[in-house]
Ligand binder design. Sequence first.
Ligand SMILES: C[S@@+](CC[C@H](N)C(=O)[O-])C[C@H]1O[C@@H](n2cnc3c(N)ncnc32)[C@H](O)[C@@H]1O
Length: 249
Amino acid sequence: MPLPDEPYESTELLNQYLLFHYGAEHQILPPGGSWPAGMKDALGFTQRTVARFSEGEVGEALDLGCAVGRSTFEMARHARHVIGIDYSESFIGAAKRLRDGEILDYERLDEGRHCARLEAHVPTGVDPDRVAFEQGDAMDLPPDLGPFDRVHAANLLCRLSDPRRLLERLPSLVKSGGELVLTTPCTWLEEFTPRDRWPQGSTFEWLQSFLTDDFELLRQCEEPFLIRESARKFQWSSSMVTVWRRRVR
Ligand SMILES: C[S@@+](CC[C@H](N)C(=O)[O-])C[C@H]1O[C@@H](n2cnc3c(N)ncnc32)[C@H](O)[C@@H]1O
């Protein structure tokens, strides 16, 4: 399956995602700026989507399209073992180095040639021994992968060249009674997904058409997120979050 050129391999995106996942509020929105409340509300996306799972401790969990790994570490607070998988070697390399105890230096672009040096590390209170990262393709996962108690795939679907391949694989990835959290800003773009593979109608109805036979919809909501490109340029977006429970047969 041909994949798009590799936008997620650049140093620029690695820096942006390290800040998005590991940056503190004062690093993303430095004090002194009169930041609108909506920007502050959009911080902490990776923690908020993981918090959408039902409460409780589970055994095995999977984070697909994990990027530099913050949501994978967050899942490990309530799962004994979590695998984070992403197609980007650069992102997975950074996630593995963090898991192995490194403090990662990265640059935050402020403007022009002016950058600030920041550090990323595993979030406090997370046991890195519960976490593993692997480079892999969410559309071509190993047949023996899973099933899991929890599967999380944040903002991945509309970045896949053939999202049906993942949607068709999901029932065999989640245990009976297990949960699935899917989030998507529904930003369908031809640079990632050929137009004939976009949903014909709403993304929500399209998800239902794939998932309803095997999953019960538990919750649907919106979660905003903020990706800082530079001191005065941000992507503010909203993701549709759906939480599903695998039907018990
Ligand atoms: C928009 S980012 C979202 C990352 C992260 N889940 C988050 O919410 O910040 C999309 C991620 O999907 C990854 N990705 C794209 N195609 C993939 C594929 N075929 N298999 C696995 N990961 C993929 C990219 O490398 C990138 O990390």
